[in-house]
Design a protein around this ligand. Structure first.
Ligand SMILES: [Zn+2]
Length: 404
């Protein structure tokens, strides 16, 4: 076995720099819809990743189509994807990816980065996923110092739309997955340091119900209430929660109606549905269609269903189990043993795994309070996770896993 100690020690010495990078990056608001902020973040990342000796290339994404408040489709811009390749001609290839958007919009009250104590950094996106960006960067820098680096090629993909379900970048990830041996993503680790193993699949759906407007006093019976029809649909969809314990349906948002003296002619419900098994996605889709067919029979009511399962469930197959075992072995050698367990959360790793590429997707720092104003990381885990990632890459590059 090669001596990786000097490289691992170099990573330890990068800990203050990693904290500084995460603080700087988290201070830039890059909510998924804040295009100016995403462009600013892209520039800062291009500067930081230049140490890898290649340019980060910008790839423009087409706008995404969403259902607007009037029930019609509207185009909304997305930020740029950033990509970089090293030694693409080699047979052994790894994909490294993470998003640089956050869930915090430009007008969010949570904008400040704060060091709470010697071990804790609090701020928007410190865990999800700006800490992960720093881990990826330092792990790659470390691996590039090794003599084994000449044996391994890699591709970095940084996306601006993961918190929206990657509507623009999903296809780029699937393209990048081709010909790769392994994908490493840098979503935050679970609070106890565990990696996420199996993941639920996730889909977002929008029900648009149209009825007929009428004066609520003079002509009530001529109206057809979209809000009442939608209420029946919501109760029917919510019942899917009772069918199987591993299917969850969240009625996230409902809109509809206006002045109280008008029978409402438009109502919209936005719903997130998650499940553990691929075949459940099909069953759920059939049940949604049946619910719509029933609602469509109501006099004067029409229902449109938009959306899809954007992330398939991840099943831990043998290929994944082998890679998780290798990561666990590396973590034991670093005296910070980690294991893995399942999660209801979905990420870009779901699609990569479903495409047949073994993916370890939670190599970011240990974080808590993600998607809330209490988001924070344990600072020392920045270097820890970079060492874990680097060791995995080093062993792969030096042929210790017997690949290829
Ligand atoms: Zn994330």
């Amino acid at each position: 076995m090669a001596d990786y100690a000097p490289i691992l020690a170099w990573i330890d010495a990068q800990q203050p720099r990693m904290e500084m990078l995460v603080s700087q990056w988290a201070a830039i608001n890059s909510g998924s819809s804040n295009i100016a902020g995403l462009n600013r973040m892209a520039e800062v990342l291009m500067d930081a990743f230049a140490v890898l000796g290649q340019p980060l290339n910008r790839v423009a994404l087409p706008p995404r189509q969403i259902v607007g408040a009037d029930g019609r489709m509207v185009a909304v811009p997305l930020g740029p994807v950033l990509s970089m390749k090293a030694r693409p001609q080699l047979p052994l290839q790894v994909l490294l990816g993470i998003h640089f958007d956050t869930v915090y919009p430009a007008n969010s009250p949570f904008q400040q980065v704060q060091r709470i104590d010697s071990q804790t950094l609090c701020g928007p996106g410190v865990a999800d996923a700006k800490g992960g960006l720093a881990v990826m960067l330092v792990a790659l820098e470390a691996m590039e110092q090794s003599s084994g680096a000449v044996n391994i090629g890699w591709e970095v993909l940084l996306n601006p739309d993961e918190e929206l379900g990657s509507p623009g970048s999903a296809s780029l990830f699937l393209d990048a997955a081709k010909g790769k041996t392994l994908a490493l993503l840098f979503e935050p680790a679970l609070p106890d340091g565990s990696l996420v193993g199996a993941r639920k699949g996730s889909g977002n759906f929008v029900f648009v119900v149209r009825g007929k407007a009428a004066h609520a006093g003079r002509d009530f019976s001529a109206g057809r209430s979209a809000t009442v029809a939608l209420s029946h649909i919501i109760l029917a969809v919510n019942k899917l929660n009772d069918r199987q314990p591993d299917i969850t349906v969240n009625i996230g948002r409902i809109e509809g109606g206006g002045a109280l003296n008008i029978v409402p002619d438009l109502a919209i419900a936005r719903v997130n549905i998650r499940c553990r098994l691929p075949q459940q996605q099909q069953e759920i889709r059939q049940q949604l269609d049946a619910i719509i067919r029933q609602a469509d029979q109501l006099d004067g009511i029409t229902v449109d269903l938009h959306g899809e399962f954007h992330a398939p469930p991840r099943i831990l197959d043998d290929a994944h189990a082998r890679w998780f075992n290798r990561a666990a072995e590396c973590s034991r050698q670093l005296n910070m043993p980690v294991t893995w367990r399942e999660s209801g959360g979905a990420c870009d790793g779901n699609r990569l795994s479903a495409a047949g590429l073994p993916t370890i997707d939670t190599l970011g720092p240990v974080g808590t309070g993600i998607h809330s104003s209490a988001e924070q990381i344990t600072i020392s885990t920045l270097a820890q996770r970079a060492k874990l990632t680097a060791l995995l890459l080093l062993k792969l590059a030096h042929g210790e896993f017997g690949i290829p």
